[in-house]
Design a protein around this ligand. Structure first.
Ligand code: NAD
Length: 371
Protein backbone atom coordinates (compact mmCIF):
# COMPACT_ATOMS: atom_id res chain seq x y z
CA UNK A 1 0.00 0.00 0.00
CA UNK A 2 1.44 3.38 -0.98
CA UNK A 3 -0.22 6.59 0.13
CA UNK A 4 -0.72 9.29 -2.50
CA UNK A 5 -1.90 12.82 -1.74
CA UNK A 6 -3.44 14.97 -4.47
CA UNK A 7 -3.05 18.69 -3.66
CA UNK A 8 -5.23 21.60 -4.62
CA UNK A 9 -3.24 23.92 -6.92
CA UNK A 10 -2.20 27.28 -5.48
CA UNK A 11 -0.13 28.66 -8.37
CA UNK A 12 -1.66 31.85 -9.81
CA UNK A 13 -3.84 31.20 -12.88
CA UNK A 14 -3.60 27.42 -12.53
CA UNK A 15 -6.89 25.78 -13.46
CA UNK A 16 -5.88 22.13 -13.80
CA UNK A 17 -5.69 19.20 -11.42
CA UNK A 18 -3.09 16.44 -11.54
CA UNK A 19 -5.39 13.43 -11.03
CA UNK A 20 -9.02 13.10 -12.09
CA UNK A 21 -11.54 10.80 -10.36
CA UNK A 22 -11.48 8.05 -13.03
CA UNK A 23 -7.71 7.64 -12.62
CA UNK A 24 -8.01 7.82 -8.82
CA UNK A 25 -10.48 4.94 -9.08
CA UNK A 26 -8.04 2.85 -11.15
CA UNK A 27 -5.17 3.62 -8.77
CA UNK A 28 -7.29 2.70 -5.76
CA UNK A 29 -8.24 -0.58 -7.45
CA UNK A 30 -4.53 -1.28 -8.01
CA UNK A 31 -3.81 -0.85 -4.29
CA UNK A 32 -2.88 2.83 -3.85
CA UNK A 33 -4.42 4.63 -0.89
CA UNK A 34 -5.36 8.15 -1.97
CA UNK A 35 -6.19 11.38 -0.18
CA UNK A 36 -7.48 14.46 -1.99
CA UNK A 37 -7.48 18.01 -0.66
CA UNK A 38 -11.05 19.24 -0.36
CA UNK A 39 -12.26 21.34 -3.29
CA UNK A 40 -9.20 20.42 -5.37
CA UNK A 41 -11.02 20.20 -8.72
CA UNK A 42 -14.27 22.03 -8.10
CA UNK A 43 -13.57 24.55 -10.89
CA UNK A 44 -13.62 21.84 -13.55
CA UNK A 45 -16.65 20.07 -12.17
CA UNK A 46 -15.07 17.24 -10.18
CA UNK A 47 -16.48 17.38 -6.66
CA UNK A 48 -15.20 15.93 -3.40
CA UNK A 49 -18.06 13.45 -3.78
CA UNK A 50 -16.65 12.28 -7.13
CA UNK A 51 -13.24 11.65 -5.55
CA UNK A 52 -14.79 9.95 -2.53
CA UNK A 53 -16.83 7.72 -4.84
CA UNK A 54 -13.59 6.86 -6.66
CA UNK A 55 -12.16 5.57 -3.39
CA UNK A 56 -10.22 8.59 -2.08
CA UNK A 57 -10.44 10.09 1.37
CA UNK A 58 -10.97 13.85 1.45
CA UNK A 59 -8.71 15.92 3.69
CA UNK A 60 -9.52 19.49 4.60
CA UNK A 61 -6.02 20.95 4.91
CA UNK A 62 -2.74 20.76 3.05
CA UNK A 63 -0.83 19.73 6.16
CA UNK A 64 -3.23 16.86 6.81
CA UNK A 65 -2.45 15.62 3.31
CA UNK A 66 1.31 16.11 3.76
CA UNK A 67 1.20 14.07 6.99
CA UNK A 68 -0.63 11.27 5.19
CA UNK A 69 1.49 11.19 2.05
CA UNK A 70 4.31 8.97 0.88
CA UNK A 71 3.82 10.45 -2.58
CA UNK A 72 2.54 13.99 -3.29
CA UNK A 73 1.06 14.72 -6.71
CA UNK A 74 0.30 18.16 -8.10
CA UNK A 75 0.61 20.13 -11.35
CA UNK A 76 3.10 22.76 -10.14
CA UNK A 77 5.80 22.54 -7.52
CA UNK A 78 4.98 24.55 -4.37
CA UNK A 79 6.79 27.76 -3.42
CA UNK A 80 7.93 26.17 -0.18
CA UNK A 81 8.67 22.68 1.12
CA UNK A 82 7.33 23.60 4.58
CA UNK A 83 5.29 20.74 6.00
CA UNK A 84 6.48 18.05 3.56
CA UNK A 85 8.02 15.10 5.43
CA UNK A 86 11.50 13.73 4.75
CA UNK A 87 11.57 10.86 2.23
CA UNK A 88 8.29 11.90 0.60
CA UNK A 89 8.31 11.55 -3.21
CA UNK A 90 7.05 14.75 -4.83
CA UNK A 91 5.71 14.43 -8.40
CA UNK A 92 4.91 17.58 -10.41
CA UNK A 93 6.21 19.79 -13.16
CA UNK A 94 9.17 21.68 -11.73
CA UNK A 95 10.93 23.80 -14.39
CA UNK A 96 14.24 22.66 -12.92
CA UNK A 97 16.52 24.81 -15.09
CA UNK A 98 14.83 28.02 -13.93
CA UNK A 99 14.09 26.91 -10.37
CA UNK A 100 17.53 25.87 -9.19
CA UNK A 101 17.09 27.35 -5.70
CA UNK A 102 13.94 25.28 -5.28
CA UNK A 103 15.75 22.12 -6.40
CA UNK A 104 18.32 22.77 -3.64
CA UNK A 105 15.51 23.34 -1.14
CA UNK A 106 13.88 19.99 -2.01
CA UNK A 107 17.23 18.18 -1.83
CA UNK A 108 18.12 19.77 1.53
CA UNK A 109 14.73 18.78 2.94
CA UNK A 110 15.46 15.16 1.81
CA UNK A 111 12.41 15.11 -0.44
CA UNK A 112 12.69 13.00 -3.59
CA UNK A 113 11.53 14.93 -6.63
CA UNK A 114 10.23 13.74 -9.97
CA UNK A 115 10.10 16.60 -12.43
CA UNK A 116 7.56 15.55 -15.03
CA UNK A 117 8.86 17.80 -17.80
CA UNK A 118 12.16 15.90 -17.62
CA UNK A 119 10.47 12.70 -18.76
CA UNK A 120 12.69 11.07 -21.41
CA UNK A 121 11.34 11.27 -24.95
CA UNK A 122 11.17 7.55 -25.53
CA UNK A 123 8.36 5.39 -26.83
CA UNK A 124 7.95 3.76 -23.41
CA UNK A 125 7.73 7.09 -21.58
CA UNK A 126 5.42 8.74 -24.12
CA UNK A 127 2.27 8.04 -22.12
CA UNK A 128 3.87 9.79 -19.10
CA UNK A 129 4.98 12.84 -21.09
CA UNK A 130 3.18 15.96 -19.83
CA UNK A 131 5.11 18.14 -22.26
CA UNK A 132 3.45 16.38 -25.17
CA UNK A 133 -0.03 16.08 -23.72
CA UNK A 134 -0.19 19.70 -22.61
CA UNK A 135 1.60 21.22 -25.63
CA UNK A 136 -0.80 19.49 -27.96
CA UNK A 137 -3.81 21.12 -26.28
CA UNK A 138 -2.00 24.47 -26.07
CA UNK A 139 -1.30 24.36 -29.83
CA UNK A 140 -4.99 23.76 -30.50
CA UNK A 141 -6.04 26.57 -28.19
CA UNK A 142 -3.54 29.05 -29.68
CA UNK A 143 -5.44 28.86 -32.96
CA UNK A 144 -8.86 29.06 -31.32
CA UNK A 145 -7.70 32.14 -29.39
CA UNK A 146 -6.21 33.79 -32.47
CA UNK A 147 -9.32 32.99 -34.52
CA UNK A 148 -11.54 34.61 -31.88
CA UNK A 149 -9.52 37.83 -32.05
CA UNK A 150 -8.86 38.04 -35.79
CA UNK A 151 -11.09 40.58 -37.57
CA UNK A 152 -11.69 38.08 -40.39
CA UNK A 153 -12.77 34.47 -40.81
CA UNK A 154 -10.51 31.49 -41.50
CA UNK A 155 -12.08 29.73 -44.50
CA UNK A 156 -12.48 30.97 -48.03
CA UNK A 157 -16.12 31.82 -48.70
CA UNK A 158 -17.73 32.46 -52.06
CA UNK A 159 -21.09 34.16 -51.60
CA UNK A 160 -23.35 36.35 -53.74
CA UNK A 161 -22.08 39.29 -51.68
CA UNK A 162 -18.49 38.61 -52.55
CA UNK A 163 -15.59 36.27 -52.03
CA UNK A 164 -13.68 36.11 -48.78
CA UNK A 165 -10.09 34.96 -49.01
CA UNK A 166 -8.83 32.42 -46.45
CA UNK A 167 -6.83 33.59 -43.45
CA UNK A 168 -3.09 33.07 -43.72
CA UNK A 169 -1.46 31.40 -40.74
CA UNK A 170 2.28 30.97 -40.23
CA UNK A 171 3.53 28.54 -37.59
CA UNK A 172 7.17 28.84 -36.52
CA UNK A 173 8.37 25.76 -34.66
CA UNK A 174 6.61 22.53 -35.50
CA UNK A 175 6.99 20.28 -32.47
CA UNK A 176 3.99 18.95 -30.60
CA UNK A 177 2.26 22.34 -30.18
CA UNK A 178 3.07 23.49 -33.70
CA UNK A 179 1.69 20.35 -35.33
CA UNK A 180 -1.58 20.65 -33.44
CA UNK A 181 -1.77 24.35 -34.33
CA UNK A 182 -1.34 23.50 -38.01
CA UNK A 183 -3.98 20.77 -37.85
CA UNK A 184 -6.46 23.08 -36.10
CA UNK A 185 -5.87 25.99 -38.48
CA UNK A 186 -6.28 23.68 -41.47
CA UNK A 187 -9.53 22.27 -40.06
CA UNK A 188 -10.87 25.81 -39.77
CA UNK A 189 -10.01 26.43 -43.41
CA UNK A 190 -6.92 28.66 -43.20
CA UNK A 191 -4.01 28.63 -45.62
CA UNK A 192 -1.12 27.45 -43.45
CA UNK A 193 2.65 27.74 -43.79
CA UNK A 194 5.20 26.50 -41.29
CA UNK A 195 8.92 26.37 -40.59
CA UNK A 196 11.12 24.39 -38.22
CA UNK A 197 14.89 23.98 -38.04
CA UNK A 198 14.59 20.20 -37.79
CA UNK A 199 14.50 18.96 -41.39
CA UNK A 200 12.45 15.85 -40.45
CA UNK A 201 9.49 18.13 -39.85
CA UNK A 202 8.97 19.02 -43.52
CA UNK A 203 7.15 15.76 -44.29
CA UNK A 204 4.91 16.12 -41.21
CA UNK A 205 3.93 19.66 -42.24
CA UNK A 206 3.10 18.54 -45.77
CA UNK A 207 1.10 15.56 -44.54
CA UNK A 208 -1.20 18.00 -42.71
CA UNK A 209 -1.78 19.87 -45.97
CA UNK A 210 0.33 22.89 -45.01
CA UNK A 211 3.25 24.43 -46.91
CA UNK A 212 6.77 24.08 -45.49
CA UNK A 213 8.74 27.31 -45.82
CA UNK A 214 12.21 26.33 -46.98
CA UNK A 215 15.04 28.25 -45.33
CA UNK A 216 18.61 27.04 -45.72
CA UNK A 217 20.43 27.75 -42.45
CA UNK A 218 23.30 25.32 -43.01
CA UNK A 219 23.90 22.79 -40.20
CA UNK A 220 20.67 22.36 -38.16
CA UNK A 221 19.29 19.00 -37.03
CA UNK A 222 18.11 17.60 -33.72
CA UNK A 223 19.39 15.98 -30.54
CA UNK A 224 18.95 12.28 -29.70
CA UNK A 225 15.84 13.23 -27.69
CA UNK A 226 14.32 14.87 -30.78
CA UNK A 227 14.86 18.46 -29.60
CA UNK A 228 16.18 21.22 -31.86
CA UNK A 229 19.87 22.12 -31.71
CA UNK A 230 20.61 25.70 -30.75
CA UNK A 231 21.31 27.98 -33.74
CA UNK A 232 24.25 30.39 -33.96
CA UNK A 233 23.46 34.16 -33.93
CA UNK A 234 24.29 34.24 -37.67
CA UNK A 235 21.81 31.44 -38.39
CA UNK A 236 19.09 33.22 -36.39
CA UNK A 237 19.71 36.41 -38.37
CA UNK A 238 19.39 34.44 -41.62
CA UNK A 239 16.18 32.87 -40.39
CA UNK A 240 14.68 36.25 -39.43
CA UNK A 241 15.43 37.74 -42.84
CA UNK A 242 13.98 34.75 -44.67
CA UNK A 243 10.82 34.72 -42.53
CA UNK A 244 10.10 38.44 -42.60
CA UNK A 245 8.15 38.31 -45.87
CA UNK A 246 5.99 35.37 -44.78
CA UNK A 247 5.17 37.17 -41.51
CA UNK A 248 4.27 40.36 -43.39
CA UNK A 249 1.74 38.43 -45.49
CA UNK A 250 0.25 36.45 -42.58
CA UNK A 251 -2.87 37.24 -40.56
CA UNK A 252 -1.71 35.06 -37.70
CA UNK A 253 1.79 34.05 -36.64
CA UNK A 254 2.15 31.45 -33.92
CA UNK A 255 5.64 30.85 -32.58
CA UNK A 256 6.46 27.75 -30.55
CA UNK A 257 10.24 27.59 -31.11
CA UNK A 258 12.02 26.34 -28.02
CA UNK A 259 15.46 24.88 -27.35
CA UNK A 260 15.33 22.44 -24.42
CA UNK A 261 16.99 23.83 -21.26
CA UNK A 262 17.98 27.08 -22.99
CA UNK A 263 16.53 30.48 -23.76
CA UNK A 264 14.16 30.49 -26.73
CA UNK A 265 15.52 32.19 -29.88
CA UNK A 266 14.22 35.68 -30.72
CA UNK A 267 12.70 35.15 -34.16
CA UNK A 268 10.36 38.13 -34.69
CA UNK A 269 11.96 41.51 -34.15
CA UNK A 270 10.16 44.86 -33.84
CA UNK A 271 11.21 45.70 -37.42
CA UNK A 272 9.63 42.51 -38.73
CA UNK A 273 6.44 43.12 -36.76
CA UNK A 274 6.26 46.69 -38.16
CA UNK A 275 5.90 45.17 -41.65
CA UNK A 276 2.85 43.09 -40.66
CA UNK A 277 -0.73 43.99 -41.61
CA UNK A 278 -3.03 45.87 -39.19
CA UNK A 279 -5.31 43.44 -37.36
CA UNK A 280 -2.75 40.63 -37.46
CA UNK A 281 -2.26 38.54 -34.35
CA UNK A 282 0.98 37.06 -33.06
CA UNK A 283 0.96 34.38 -30.38
CA UNK A 284 4.30 33.76 -28.69
CA UNK A 285 4.08 30.34 -27.06
CA UNK A 286 7.73 30.55 -25.98
CA UNK A 287 7.12 33.76 -24.00
CA UNK A 288 7.94 32.18 -20.64
CA UNK A 289 11.33 30.84 -21.74
CA UNK A 290 12.69 34.08 -23.17
CA UNK A 291 10.23 34.65 -25.99
CA UNK A 292 10.36 34.27 -29.78
CA UNK A 293 8.78 37.69 -30.27
CA UNK A 294 10.27 41.04 -29.30
CA UNK A 295 7.90 42.84 -26.91
CA UNK A 296 5.76 39.85 -25.96
CA UNK A 297 4.53 39.81 -22.37
CA UNK A 298 3.41 36.69 -20.46
CA UNK A 299 0.94 38.73 -18.43
CA UNK A 300 -0.93 40.70 -21.08
CA UNK A 301 -1.79 41.20 -24.73
CA UNK A 302 0.35 43.94 -26.25
CA UNK A 303 -1.36 46.24 -28.80
CA UNK A 304 1.06 47.95 -31.18
CA UNK A 305 0.53 51.26 -32.99
CA UNK A 306 0.45 49.54 -36.37
CA UNK A 307 -2.64 47.52 -35.36
CA UNK A 308 -0.80 44.26 -34.72
CA UNK A 309 -1.29 42.60 -31.35
CA UNK A 310 1.03 40.20 -29.56
CA UNK A 311 -0.34 37.61 -27.15
CA UNK A 312 2.05 35.98 -24.69
CA UNK A 313 0.73 32.45 -25.04
CA UNK A 314 2.17 30.69 -22.01
CA UNK A 315 0.41 27.54 -20.71
CA UNK A 316 -2.60 28.00 -22.98
CA UNK A 317 -3.79 24.55 -21.93
CA UNK A 318 -4.99 26.23 -18.73
CA UNK A 319 -7.89 27.68 -20.75
CA UNK A 320 -9.17 24.16 -21.44
CA UNK A 321 -8.64 22.74 -17.96
CA UNK A 322 -10.92 19.75 -18.16
CA UNK A 323 -9.19 18.04 -21.07
CA UNK A 324 -5.79 19.31 -19.92
CA UNK A 325 -6.40 17.75 -16.49
CA UNK A 326 -7.66 14.51 -18.00
CA UNK A 327 -4.49 14.23 -20.07
CA UNK A 328 -2.12 15.31 -17.29
CA UNK A 329 -3.82 12.82 -15.01
CA UNK A 330 -3.39 10.12 -17.65
CA UNK A 331 0.35 10.86 -17.63
CA UNK A 332 0.57 10.68 -13.82
CA UNK A 333 -1.52 7.51 -13.76
CA UNK A 334 0.81 5.88 -16.32
CA UNK A 335 3.82 6.72 -14.13
CA UNK A 336 2.22 5.37 -10.95
CA UNK A 337 1.07 2.25 -12.80
CA UNK A 338 4.46 1.64 -14.41
CA UNK A 339 6.28 1.66 -11.08
CA UNK A 340 3.66 -0.30 -9.14
CA UNK A 341 5.12 -3.46 -7.68
CA UNK A 342 2.08 -5.75 -7.87
CA UNK A 343 3.71 -8.50 -5.82
CA UNK A 344 4.53 -6.30 -2.84
CA UNK A 345 1.59 -3.96 -3.46
CA UNK A 346 3.61 -0.74 -3.38
CA UNK A 347 5.19 1.91 -5.56
CA UNK A 348 8.79 1.02 -6.32
CA UNK A 349 11.20 3.85 -7.17
CA UNK A 350 13.58 1.82 -9.32
CA UNK A 351 16.57 4.13 -9.74
CA UNK A 352 18.05 1.77 -12.37
CA UNK A 353 15.08 2.44 -14.66
CA UNK A 354 15.84 4.84 -17.53
CA UNK A 355 12.57 6.73 -17.00
CA UNK A 356 13.44 7.41 -13.36
CA UNK A 357 17.01 8.25 -14.31
CA UNK A 358 15.64 10.92 -16.65
CA UNK A 359 13.13 12.59 -14.35
CA UNK A 360 14.27 11.98 -10.76
CA UNK A 361 15.95 15.23 -9.80
CA UNK A 362 16.58 14.87 -6.05
CA UNK A 363 16.84 11.87 -3.71
CA UNK A 364 18.56 11.08 -0.41
CA UNK A 365 19.42 14.74 0.10
CA UNK A 366 21.29 14.97 -3.21
CA UNK A 367 20.71 16.65 -6.58
CA UNK A 368 21.03 13.90 -9.15
CA UNK A 369 21.80 15.85 -12.31
CA UNK A 370 23.68 18.88 -13.53
CA UNK A 371 21.32 21.84 -13.94
P1 NAD B 1 10.05 22.04 -28.22
O1 NAD B 1 8.86 22.49 -27.45
O2 NAD B 1 11.35 21.94 -27.53
O3 NAD B 1 10.25 23.03 -29.47
C1 NAD B 1 9.19 23.30 -30.33
C2 NAD B 1 9.68 23.28 -31.75
O4 NAD B 1 10.49 24.44 -32.00
C3 NAD B 1 10.55 22.09 -32.10
O5 NAD B 1 9.98 21.40 -33.19
C4 NAD B 1 11.88 22.70 -32.47
O6 NAD B 1 12.56 21.99 -33.50
C5 NAD B 1 11.46 24.07 -32.95
N1 NAD B 1 12.51 25.10 -33.02
C6 NAD B 1 13.55 25.33 -32.19
N2 NAD B 1 14.28 26.38 -32.62
C7 NAD B 1 13.69 26.83 -33.75
C8 NAD B 1 13.94 27.90 -34.65
N3 NAD B 1 14.99 28.70 -34.52
N4 NAD B 1 13.08 28.05 -35.69
C9 NAD B 1 12.02 27.25 -35.88
N5 NAD B 1 11.73 26.22 -35.07
C10 NAD B 1 12.55 26.02 -34.02
O7 NAD B 1 9.78 20.64 -28.91
P2 NAD B 1 8.62 19.57 -28.67
O8 NAD B 1 7.38 20.04 -29.28
O9 NAD B 1 8.58 19.24 -27.24
O10 NAD B 1 9.10 18.28 -29.48
C11 NAD B 1 10.28 18.17 -30.22
C12 NAD B 1 10.35 16.78 -30.85
O11 NAD B 1 10.31 15.73 -29.88
C13 NAD B 1 9.24 16.46 -31.83
O12 NAD B 1 9.81 15.85 -32.95
C14 NAD B 1 8.40 15.46 -31.14
O13 NAD B 1 7.75 14.59 -32.05
C15 NAD B 1 9.43 14.73 -30.33
N6 NAD B 1 8.77 14.08 -29.20
C16 NAD B 1 9.01 12.78 -28.94
C17 NAD B 1 8.37 12.17 -27.88
C18 NAD B 1 8.59 10.75 -27.55
O14 NAD B 1 9.15 10.02 -28.35
N7 NAD B 1 8.18 10.31 -26.36
C19 NAD B 1 7.51 12.90 -27.07
C20 NAD B 1 7.30 14.24 -27.37
C21 NAD B 1 7.95 14.82 -28.44
Amino acid sequence: MTKVFLCKETTKDETRIALVPSDVKSLAAMGYEIAVESGAAQNIGYTDGDYAAAGAKIVSTLNEGYDFAEIIVRINKPDSVAGIKENTLHISSFDVFNEKASVHEFANAKISTISLEMMPRTTLAQKMDIQSSQASLAGYYAIILAASKLPKIFPMMMTPSGTISPAKVFIIGVGVAGLQAIATAKRLGARVEAFDTRPVVEEQVKSLGAKFVKIDLGEMGQTEQGYAKELTPEQIELQRNAQAKVCAQSDIVVTTAKVFGRKAPLLLTKDMIQQMKPGSIIIDMAVKTGGNVEGSDPEKEVFLDNGVSIIGGDSLERFIPKDASNMFSGNVFALLEHFWDAENKKFCLNTEDEIIQGCLITADGKILRAL
